[in-house]
Design a protein. Structure first.
Length: 290
């Protein structure tokens, strides 16, 4: 049974419970991947790095590649030494979309019966903070994977687009929804209906990207961001992530209530006591993620 399937069969347990119990698999060099490279980076090795590595096909997201991302995320999710996760590609391409050769002969029945692209959701469901470090093309599914992450950093030559219309289809992994939420209806509609690409600088201005960096500095900056997040209580970080993501799902009044409930819950943690005590004692907090 693949690690991915082991992870999925535990679906009834919340990710948070699993992390807290320290159960499950650990990121290790024992797992061999065909389409990705996996590493732990940062001074404390607390930032997981997933690098898409199907270079000849511009990291086109074939089924095997996405399954491997899922396996790596499952491992990093249960590895308590990892606080944040960076997903990146190559300098030429973050990912040029779903694999067109794999899709060409698929029928409606294949897609519907096998829930085509549904397993991609694992990326957006990761409870740990995820950062997409995008150099080069992030097209179609590539743009969608970037948008499934919590934060997008881009290299200055990055290009974002949802060109599915040029293939006679539409985005199928959240492109219409997430892009519209990120940059507004008019800009998203124009991009999706024309298949035109958006530069990193335009994407930063429109709100799709947080920051733009020189190409060669991008991954290092994303790792630094992961390290900064790792300095805080990881329970608080998970709650922040959950609350922010709920703003996409809920009407304002429900979102505000959800936030309040999580805020109250944070008062049950040792880290909240430590954070506030440290502030009053004018010292650095020593969070235990507890
Ligand atoms: C359904 C949704 C998900 O919701 C999708 O993602 S559909 C796919 C959307 N993506 C696209 O339409 C982008 C397709 N790719 C391109 O338009 C171009 O490759 C490019 C990114 C603009 C780069 O062009 P360039 O001329 O520099 O490079 P090549 O076209 O020669 O590409 C090199 C090599 O990679 C293969 N490849 C690129 N993208 C894909 C893909 N999405 N699926 C499968 N293969 C891809 C391309 O076929 C070339 O392979 P080779 O002929 O060298 O074997």
């Amino acid at each position: 049974m693949s690690l991915y399937r082991v992870g999925l069969s535990r679906g009834m347990l919340s990710s948070f419970q699993r992390v807290m119990r320290g159960e499950g698999l650990h990121t290790s060099s024992a797992v061999q991947y065909e389409y990705i490279k996996v590493d732990k980076r940062g001074e404390k090795k607390n930032v997981g790095l997933i690098q898409l590595n199907r270079l000849k096909a511009l990291n086109a997201l074939c089924d095997g590649l996405v399954s491997e991302i899922g396996e790596a995320l499952q491992e990093m999710e249960t590895d308590t030494s990892i606080d944040a996760i960076v997903i990146t590609g190559s300098e030429r391409a973050f990912a040029a979309g779903a694999d067109i050769a794999e899709m060409k002969d698929k029928s409606f029945q294949d897609c519907y019966a096998r829930k085509f692209l549904s397993h991609w959701d694992i990326i957006s469901k990761c409870p740990k903070p995820t950062i997409a470090a995008v150099n080069g093309f992030a097209l179609g599914g590539g743009c969608e994977v970037a948008m499934m992450c919590d934060i997008i950093y881009a290299g200055e030559k990055a290009k974002f687009g949802q060109p599915e219309i040029t293939l006679g289809t539409i985005p199928g992994a959240g492109g219409t929804q997430r892009l519209t939420r990120a940059i507004g209806k008019s800009k998203a509609m124009e991009m999706i209906l024309t298949g035109e690409f958006m530069s990193a600088q335009e994407a930063e201005k429109a709100g799709l990207v947080s920051k733009v960096f020189p190409v060669e500095e991008l991954v290092g900056e994303a790792i630094k961001l992961g390290e900064r997040i790792g300095e805080f209580s990881q329970i608080a970080a998970a709650m922040c992530k959950e609350a922010v993501n709920m703003s996409d799902e809920l009407p304002l009044s429900n979102g505000l209530l959800y936030e309040k409930k999580l805020f109250h819950s944070s008062f049950a943690t040792d880290d909240k006591r430590e954070g506030m005590t440290a502030f009053l004692e004018k010292r650095k907090p020593d969070f235990k993620d507890n």
